[in-house]
Design a protein around this ligand. Structure first.
Ligand SMILES: *Cc1c(COP(=O)(O)O)cnc(C)c1O
Length: 469
């Protein structure tokens, strides 16, 4: 590091702190920190403005699939930009969007037939909601009394007002209630702190008999006739802290939706594109949703792109003469962006050519093996893992499952400590999240889990020592 790059980094930091309002960030604290300025990437690593390398252990907020600056992805973008960067899907068709839509339908759960493009996860959910609602208002076999939507406790579906209405995390969502529509709130599994008091040692073999599904049925009994849709994050509620559903729960939910005539909207924005070990999370329970929301990994972590996939039945509910006004009056300016579609296609090519998912299985097993000993740590309450998604829940008192006081920001302290090992993590409260790109190597898994372990020990022991004095 020479004097001039140092100068640049400090200048960039100052400008950042002067001009940028960072998302999900208490800016008062941000001003006290020395933010890392990322200026490049290489494989699974980020490179800062001083040339230091950092392992991207949360895949740049859950988006990256095959690493940064993959030559195949870069090439696809360069080729596309030589033709055109963007043209509209309003009134015109576009070659990369056509190819991507056809490709998505080929790999998606069977039964999904139509692709509606937008540019982020929140909008993919907004589109899904409006599709389900509007269908019942106007389709010949629709039911206009179905005006309600069920979503779950601890759900996260994005930050626009419709998706916030579905949200079930009070910290993010409660303040906005006066602006929101009322969602019917179902209880979602959180086996470590089971709301029904069940104890499950294994998510794969739940001993509880899924009491939670029976409770959920009662809610369907009351509300089912008024529901147009049920929105769920399949297998893992990500933003809530990697809360994982026991085997059979998602399938049971699909059955309840069928029985009570509600569409199932699967928000696979976080879990899609291999993060749970299969291309889509729904596959693991043999579930086909009526609407599937995709974003994050769809664009390989390169560009913002999202897709809302649905069935021919729902699509056909919007057909009619112009004066019947059955059109889906919804669209985002950059819908079907050509560059984003090109990189998404190259991402799907890589998934096949690299046999990414086949190669992922031993990495998932290795991650599980490396995480297992962390369970013994005094302040690790729970470790949850599905595929390359893992959450380590830190607690002040393990026996009582007592959380740390929010003000202590234990999770944040741990991720700062992990930087000593060159690893970038991002916590969700006191849940330490590990979610490397699918291209992560065995050695990198060792580094991530080592950094997590040592950082948890350092921070929790330091706190205990401080409390003693
Ligand atoms: C990230 C996320 C969203 C929102 O996606 P954005 O691109 O940030 O709008 C929606 N649903 C889930 C499950 C997510 O994890």
């Amino acid at each position: 590091m020479n004097a001039s790059t140092k100068q640049t980094t400090e200048t960039l930091r100052k400008l950042d702190q002067e001009y940028i309002w960072h998302p999900f960030t208490q800016m008062r604290d941000w001003m006290q920190e020395k933010p890392l300025v990322i200026s490049a990437g290489q494989g699974n690593w980020l490179i800062d403005s001083d040339g230091n390398r950092w392992l991207d252990a949360v895949s740049s907020l859950w988006t990256n699939v095959h690493g940064h600056c993959r030559p195949e992805l870069d090439k696809a973008l360069i080729e596309q930009i030589g033709r055109i960067a963007h043209s509209t899907l309003l009134g015109l068709a576009s070659e990369p969007a056509i190819r991507l839509a056809e490709r998505l339908i080929r790999i998606a759960p069977k039964g999904l037939k139509r692709v509606f493009f937008s540019d982020n996860g929140s909008t993919s959910v907004e589109a899904a909601l409006k599709m389900a609602f509007q269908y019942h208002q106007q389709a010949p076999d629709g039911d206009p009394r179905r005006t309600k939507v069920m979503a779950f406790v601890n759900a996260y579906h994005g930050d626009t007002i419709g998706s916030v209405s579905l949200g079930g995390m009070d910290l993010f969502h409660a303040l906005y209630r006066p602006l929101l529509f009322n969602a019917t709130r179902g209880e979602a599994p959180y086996c470590y702190r089971c709301p029904h008091g069940c104890v499950n040692r294994s998510l794969e073999n739940p001993e509880c008999g899924l009491v939670c599904l029976e409770k959920l049925r009662r809610l369907f009994d009351q509300e089912g006739a008024h529901l147009c849709a049920v929105v769920v994050e399949p297998l893992v509620q990500g933003a809530a802290g990697m809360l994982m559903q026991p085997r059979g729960w998602l399938k049971g939910l699909r059955e309840l939706c069928d029985e009570y005539g509600a569409f199932l909207i699967a928000d696979e924005v976080a879990v899609g594109f291999g993060k749970t070990g299969t291309l889509f999370a729904c596959e693991q329970e043999g579930v086909v949703p009526d609407i599937l929301c995709l974003a994050k990994g769809l664009g390989a972590g390169y560009l913002p792109i999202a897709a809302t996939l649905t069935t021919e039945r729902i699509h056909n509910g919007f057909l009619g003469r112009p004066e019947e006004c059955r059109t889906f009056f919804h669209g985002h300016t950059f819908t079907g962006n050509a560059l984003a579609c090109a990189v998404a296609l190259a991402n799907l090519d890589l998934l096949e050519q690299d046999r990414t998912l086949t190669k992922l299985a031993p990495k998932i097993a290795h991650l599980a093996e490396r995480l297992a000993p962390l369970r013994e740590l005094e302040h690790v309450g729970d470790i949850r893992q599905k595929g390359v998604m893992a959450g380590i829940e830190l607690v002040a008192d393990k026996a009582a499952k007592k959380p740390y006081p929010v003000a202590e920001r234990i999770g944040h302290k741990v991720i700062l400590e992990a930087r000593k090992y060159g690893v970038i993590l991002r916590p969700l409260g006191d849940v330490l999240v590990l979610m490397p790109p699918l291209s992560v190597t065995m050695d990198e898994i060792d580094l991530i889990t080592h950094a997590a372990r040592e950082s948890i020990i350092a921070v929790t022991e330091r706190r205990a020592a401080e409390n003693r004095t």
